[in-house]
Ligand binder design. Structure first.
Ligand code: SF4
Length: 121
């Protein structure tokens, strides 16, 4: 039996939702004020994911770190491994917003992309 209370993080309302069911195939959600909460609650229990925002080292730019994020939410259980891969990377300026810094990280089909421009100095 699954019975878990969560706070929906899809919008600022932050509904307290409850996900219950016999197994992952038969889950019901209560407490959600809209259908997005139901989708979030079931996804959070069956395949939790997060967008990973972080920075990478950059050379020849006005700052030492370039902000990046995953192009799609990554499985939560891969976030630490993804950070280990990202730590190994050093990019060279210039970089434009949306440039792919790491393609297909951990064979997930998800890229790590730049979230700002950084000129060469
Ligand atoms: S259930 Fe709907 S209204 Fe409530 S926090 Fe989630 S998205 Fe917002």
């Amino acid at each position: 039996m699954i019975d878990k209370e969560l706070i929906c993080i899809v919008c600022p309302v932050g509904c307290h939702i409850r996900v219950r069911g016999l197994d992952n195939e038969h889950l019901g959600v209560s407490g959600n004020k809209c259908p997005r909460g139901e989708k979030y609650g079931i996804k959070e229990l069956t395949d939790p994911r997060r967008v990973l925002p972080t920075t990478v080292s950059i050379r020849n730019a006005s700052f030492a770190r370039l902000p990046v994020k995953s192009s799609e939410p990554l499985p939560k259980n891969l976030l630490m491994a993804a950070m280990e891969e990202i730590k190994k990377v050093r990019v060279e300026a210039p970089v434009n917003t949306g440039d792919v810094i790491i393609s297909d990280i951990l064979s997930t089909g998800i890229d790590i992309v730049a979230t700002r421009d950084m000129d060469r100095i």
